[in-house]
Design a protein around this ligand. Sequence first.
Ligand code: AMP
Ligand code: MG
Length: 403
Amino acid sequence: MALSFESARSMILGNMTTLPYESASLLDIVGRVLAEDIRAPWDLPRWSNSAMDGFAVRSEDCFSGQALTIDGYLPAGSSSSGISVEPGSAVKIMTGAPSPAGCNAIVPIEETEEKDGKVIITGQVKRGDHLRLQGEDVAQGELVIAAGTILRPAEINMLASFGYQSVTVIRRPKVAIVSTGDELVEPGEDVGPGQIINSNDYSIAAAVSEVGGEPILLGIARDDRESLIEKLTAGLQADALITTAGVSMGDRDLVCEVLQELGVERQFWKVDIKPGRPTAFGLKESTPVFSLPGNPVSSMVTFEEFVRPALLKMMGHQHVIKPFIKAVMKEATKKKPGRVQFLRVRIAKNGDHLLATSSGDQNTGILSTLLRSNGIAVLPAEREQIQAGEEVNIHLIAAPDDL
Ligand code: AMP
Ligand code: MG
């Protein structure tokens, strides 16, 4: 009995546990999940400062044509201690320099003329102009980034501006990848009759890296018990194991059997999807094992729909299932009832909606169709046909055209 797509995905996600945390450098945290609350150790800005190159003034001294005596200079990086703006005077100041005592506005250089040690104000000046006030961004002690936040460049800038060099984040999963098959040779090796280059290792490793995991390539296991036992035993040391091929009905498809012998409890085998029906999922204690079909398109599509959300959950993400976007099918599509079909499509903007066009031959063996796709239309299991003009759910795998 095959499982429905939704049940299979729920079963996987229900068994994923968040990995432990570790300390990581700011250069290695983008896209990862913060595991500690960050409170501001000081005000941001730390001191009131100038937002422009210009003159620190008392706004009440300024009206158009007024000359003020230049009494001091504050370049970026200088200290304003001992410097103050006295009535009738101004202090020359550069962007970012601390604003001196007594000043309540900055006049940008463009709105002044400098002559004989004096500055002539040519524009209007209001109290507070071009001043960045101490703590106006963040106050000392404030919770600025909560545990659970996905770290983007903006969060990383905030952390660096508070002097952090490393923070506590959820660890990246080490994901072992084992390809299986007697017909496989590695890229660069001679390809004999009937042999196929192991390309899955590279697409799966790339997909693991793309979600933030660390791929570990364990190479090819042959379709015999001894070879499978060796590779799969090594693979089970990782945080997750992905195998490709050897899960169909062939008489040499031994992956599931050997996994079971190694203590992996099968949660399911076969899902009502196309492509990817023979996908299997098991657990050795809490270590997930994803057995994906060998066909390159099937392994990539099942990675996208099952493994990607699972790895994100291990990395502490909350929203792990890609949201659907809606697109209108350009042409009618026949499908096998009883299975969710993942249709490789090209999504483009068309007036006020997105249009989905089949990328070409949907046969599982046709890889070039996937290269031409920027979306996967997830067509409901019960349907036999999708009409032209019907709205369908899309998982984007790249940006739509003409946006
Ligand atoms: P299997 O699931 O073992 O029957 O494999 C299905 C198809 O995928 C066969 O045509 C295999 O040759 C192909 N295949 C299996 N493993 C790989 C791999 N690592 N790289 C590329 N193609 C593969
Ligand atoms: Mg095989």
